[in-house]
Design a protein around this ligand. Structure first.
Ligand SMILES: [Zn+2]
Length: 266
């Protein structure tokens, strides 16, 4: 049973959609608390001085304009859900982004901000009431919009190297256990198999890049562990193998990539 959705906050940061909705992007707010995040997401002219935090230099000019941002939904730690932008309109949460050949994903995505301090505040845990409310909200959206499991994504998946939210403590496995999103593994692999690191080259790396690209990630293609490929692997690990996130193509990560691809292709 879904919690009541509050419409007490409405964001002016929105525009008309020019694409059908076919994905959901999860974020964490990365701010001090829900009230500050809601204010920021509804602010038509945000300036640095109104949002002090570890993300800016202490001597930053308080009048510096910040980007206008928004999301369709905000899920508070208590489980309270706020709708800031109607789903039929485009909210501004993804920024520069890529998935499965498409860019500018705001046009096709529903964006959900989960209230959580994120990396700047030490990756605090996500309370159970919050995740339960999120799962109910996702159940509702996925059913109404027929969103495929492979297209329930994190901001880090669609902006590798630039964004790390909702972060490696976000319980993707719990969502998958509730039937939301894909989850590979556990997988078997040969721990003695080679591990490819930044700068390595070889035909196996080209295969891995093709697999990552078929899942949807923006990656390199030249059989070389270039920055784009390492960033894609880091995003993949942050979500599917969070205890070690380093962008290396280790045997376990490669097995997980193959397993996830099999689920995507099924
Ligand atoms: Zn985000």
């Amino acid at each position: 049973m879904m919690n009541t959705v509050s419409t007490g906050y409405s964001s002016p940061n929105r525009e008309a959609r020019d694409h059908a909705i076919d994905m959901i992007v999860l974020h964490c707010t990365g701010m001090q608390d829900a009230e500050i995040a809601l204010r920021r997401l509804c602010d038509p002219a945000p300036v640095a001085g109104n949002y002090p935090g570890p993300w800016q230099m202490p001597d930053a000019d308080p009048d510096t304009a910040l980007g206008r941002v928004s999301a369709h939904y905000v899920v508070a730690e208590s489980g309270q859900i706020f709708r800031l932008v109607d789903e039929e309109e485009c909210a501004w949460h993804a920024g520069r982004s890529f998935w499965a050949g498409a860019e500018n994903l705001n046009a096709r995505a529903i964006g959900i901000e989960i209230v959580n301090g994120g990396h700047d505040f030490g990756l605090p845990p996500f309370p159970k009431a919050q995740i339960t409310a999120l799962i109910d909200l996702l159940d509702d959206i996925v059913a109404r919009r027929s969103i495929k499991g492979a297209r329930l994504l994190g901001h880090s998946d669609i902006a590798p190297g630039r964004k790390a939210d909702p972060g490696e403590h976000f319980p993707w496995a719990d969502l998958a256990a509730a039937g939301l999103g894909l989850w590979p593994g556990p997988v078997s692999f040969d721990p003695a198999a080679p591990e490819w690191i930044a700068g390595d080259e070889g035909p196996g790396i080209a295969v891995l890049q093709a697999e990552l690209a078929r899942i949807g990630y923006l990656t390199g293609t030249a059989g070389r562990m270039d920055p784009a490929t390492c960033a894609a692997l880091e995003a993949f690990q942050r979500r599917f193998r969070p205890r070690r996130v380093d962008g290396n193509a280790d045997p376990e990560s490669r097995a997980l990539v193959r397993e996830l691809l099999a689920l995507v292709a099924a």
